[in-house]
Ligand binder design. Structure first.
Ligand code: NAP
Ligand code: GDD
Length: 334
């Protein structure tokens, strides 16, 4: 086979949300697998490629916005992807209470915009929707699996329920290969600073280095099933390699409180979280999801997927990365 023929056979993946946490890990993974990776980016006044700076040269970028139907159609037309991963969203639950309509437009209706683009341009394109454990909200059972009823507790959760069901609906109505990954919280050193895990790892590192003394948090008793984003993007890809599309819960099966996260993070640096963490009402939510813990047995059986990173490994990885980041900045200033 000649080099030209080999190149022709490389699959192409279009990723929305490539500048986000998951987009960066998925792009890395697909490039390693030999994919041509197309990253959809929206216009901004400054470049925000921080998370993908190390692989930027290997990615082709296409301009597009979830709120703009034509740009989605053009992106699909222009690049004829074999697979589309819809990771873009307004993804911060707290913001969804303040901006519920924008969250609905972006996180809910845009899923239909992308599905319609695929349906009209090339219905053989495989599609992944980033669904969320936030859809389980006020949980109907413990642990949560693919059959657990949804009871969302935030405008974000409500929007994700719409995105989930429209994916199922287009699969059933138009025979699209459209799968939905119901992913529980997954974190990494690339997590946005406003999410609680990164806020804690960054806060603990700042305190250790003498840059801060206190860290203000909200509900310390909330419990989440936290995994590592690098493990979870593999499951997204596995779903699209299956002959038939389906829905899968992706999680670790273990749950920990925000308080426990603080304990491990501060403890890793020889600090006591009780001396530094203060509770501030402004970080409480109008409605809370108290407990999430998933059951990934379907993904284990059908996809042979399982999480590889433990809670302690995840927390210490994030704290070490923030120590290195802040230490590097301090040295740069010296
Ligand atoms: P993230 O870091 O917040 O990234 C969100 C991405 O969406 C960014 O690239 C952002 O672009 C893009 N985006 C936002 N609005 C857009 C618009 N109007 N047009 C085009 N792009 C837009 O989120 P993440 O943690 O990687 O999560 C990826 C997906 O999984 C999201 O759909 C999230 O809701 C879902 N999810 C996440 C988790 C989790 O624990 N991380 C769990 C379940 C489901 P900019 O960089 O330009 O802002
Ligand atoms: N962000 C934040 N900041 N959360 C806090 C704080 C704080 O200071 N203090 C306590 N928490 C609690 C929140 O009340 C919530 O119960 C929990 O920590 C986790 O909050 P986040 O890290 O903001 O994540 P999330 O669970 O609301 O949402 C994330 O996971 C979803 C999957 O279940 C996001 O990544 C969503 O996009 C994702 O779908």
């Amino acid at each position: 086979m000649t080099t030209d023929e080999e190149e022709l056979e490389m699959p192409t993946a279009l990723i929305t949300g490539i500048t986000g946490q998951d987009g960066s890990y998925l792009a890395e993974s697909l490039l390693d697998k030999g994919y041509d990776v197309i990253g959809m980016v929206r216009r901004s006044s400054t470049v925000n490629y921080e998370r993908i700076a190390h692989i930027q040269g290997a990615i082709q970028f296409v301009n597009g916005d979830l709120l703009d139907q034509m740009s989605l159609i053009d992106a699909v037309k222009q690049h004829s992807p074999d697979e589309v991963y819809n990771l873009a969203a307004q993804s911060f639950v707290q913001t969804s209470f303040g901006q519920p309509v924008l969250t609905g437009e972006t996180t809910a209706l845009s899923v239909t915009r992308i599905l319609d683009a695929i349906r009209n341009v090339d219905p053989s394109t495989r599609f992944y929707q980033a669904s969320s454990s936030e859809m389980f909200g006020k949980v109907a059972e413990v642990p949560q699996n693919e059959n657990t009823p949804f009871y969302p507790r935030s405008p974000y959760g409500v929007a994700k329920v719409y995105g989930h069901w429209i994916t199922v609906n287009y699969r059933e109505s138009y025979n699209l290969h459209a799968s939905s990954g119901i992913l529980f919280n997954h974190e990494s050193p690339r997590r946005g600073l406003e999410f609680v895990t990164r806020k804690i790892s960054y806060g603990a590192a700042s305190i250790k280095l003498g840059l801060e003394d206190k860290l203000a948090l909200g509900n310390l008793d909330a419990k989440r099933d936290w995994g590592f984003a690098g493990d979870y993007v593999e499951a997204m890809w596995m779903m699209l390699q299956e002959d038939s599309p389906d829905d899968y819960v992706i999680c670790t099966g273990m749950t920990h409180s925000v308080r426990e996260f603080c304990d491990v993070a501060f403890g890793h640096l020889g600090l006591s979280y009780e001396e530094h963490v203060v509770v501030d009402e402004k970080f409480f939510r109008p409605a809370e999801v108290d407990l999430l813990v998933g059951d990934y047995s379907k993904a284990a059986k059908k996809l042979q997927w399982k999480p590889r990173t433990t809670f302690e490994e995840l927390v210490t990885m994030m704290v070490d990365a923030d120590m290195a980041l802040l230490d590097g900045r301090l040295k740069g200033l010296a």
